[in-house]
Design a protein around this ligand. Structure first.
Ligand code: UT7
Length: 324
């Protein structure tokens, strides 16, 4: 049993900040950001929240799939930046959509989150536990960003992407995923609840309560591990690189994507990008890209896609999907 993607949707905030806007906040320049990251602008929440963006992306995906909210029996929201802790974002999305029959939970695996949400839903659907899943990646990273830190604030953006999945009789492709908690310090963020009643001090907006990143380490990890896990997933499923039409990588940095293409010996045209428009939106980047490609008519029946995520944890993984 495999799964089919019945519809996709996305939502990005209307407020856009270009690199010149960032250069007013920190010592940087449009030229530096473009050259080192590929980012030209990013969309930033104003009235939106992680939940509202997730709900709208989910709503659009359901419309395109022509599936009613009541038919959804699983909702997974992948996020590290939810505006709610309790109830979980997925339950809030359920409420917004009226998906009264769904079981809902969140998944936290940063930039690998959407790949893991896809794998989790696929396993449930293939085993017959659920019939229709709505998986969503939604992030308001601007709320977790230190806007005085030029090593991070240049990179991130906000948005949400979603896909509706159902079981399908075709052959199921197996995913390949990995984690290395030992290297987690390379990209970290303390919870604002990181204190206890008997502890020393109630936390304030100090060190560690915004994203902290050792960019170089993450960069080198991604360039080494992403080609490796793509080769692994292809070998696992008896596929050759020539059979893959598109590689949808997490949009972390254009130079990472260029390097992965080079390592695999694949033309860069097989690696669609939208990082220039949205920056790095963590678990939302792959589903936003997937939705944009679907809406532009870039995906044809029989196209084999590799989706690959990587980031904090450290976590990384890849999955194969054949478009129908
Ligand atoms: O989503 C998954 C997790 N995140 C990632 O995948 C991010 C991976 N890492 C990266 O994308 C890159 O490491 C960054 C874009 C974050 C940084 O690029 P870099 O090429 O690794 O820059 P760097 O930190 O090595 O800094 C190079 C130089 C330094 O100056 P010196 O020491 O050579 O004089 C920095 O001080 O650039 C300077 N610099 C900047 N200059 C202008 C660092 N940030 C900036 C900036 N504007 N924003």
């Amino acid at each position: 049993m495999a799964v089919k993607i019945c519809g996709t949707g996305s939502y990005t905030p209307s407020y856009v900040m270009d690199n010149n806007g960032i250069a007013k906040l920190v010592d940087t320049s449009d030229a530096w950001i473009r050259e080192r990251t590929g980012v030209e602008r990013r969309h930033i929440v104003s009235k939106e929240t992680t939940v509202s963006m997730a709900s709208e992306a989910g709503h659009r995906a359901l419309l395109r799939a022509q599936i009613t909210a009541a038919e959804v029996d699983l909702i997974i929201v992948s996020t590290i930046s939810s505006n709610v802790i309790l109830p979980c974002a997925a339950c809030e999305v359920q409420k917004a959509l009226g998906a009264v029959n769904a079981t809902c939970f969140d998944l936290s695996a940063a930039c690998t989150g959407f790949v893991l949400a896809y794998n989790t839903a696929a396993a449930y659907l293939a085993s017959g536990v659920y019939k229709t899943a709505l998986i969503i990646g939604s992030e308001s990273l601007s709320n977790l960003t230190d806007w005085k830190d030029r090593s991070t604030c240049i990179l991130f953006g906000d948005g949400a992407g979603a896909a509706v999945l159902q079981a399908d009789s075709r052959k199921m492709y197996l995913p390949k995923t990995h984690s290395d908690g030992g290297k987690g310090g390379a990209l970290s963020l303390k919870s604002r609840h990181d204190w206890n009643l008997l502890g020393t001090e109630h936390p304030s907006d100090g060190d560690g309560y915004f994203m902290q990143m050792d960019g170089k380490t993450i960069f080198q990890f991604a360039v080494r591990k992403v080609p490796e896990v793509i080769r692994e997933v292809l070998e696992e499923n008896g596929l050759r690189q020539e059979e893959i039409t598109w590689y949808l990588l997490h949009q972390a940095n254009k130079r990472i994507i260029d390097a992965v293409a080079r390592h695999l010996g694949e033309p860069i045209e097989k690696f669609p990008m939208n990082i220039q428009e949205y920056g790095n939106t963590s678990s939302a980047s792959i589903p936003i890209l997937l939705d944009e490609m679907a809406q532009k008519g870039m995906l044809n029946a029989g196209d084999k896609l590799v989706i690959a995520g990587f980031g904090a944890g450290l976590t990384w993984g890849a999955s194969v999907y054949e478009w129908i």
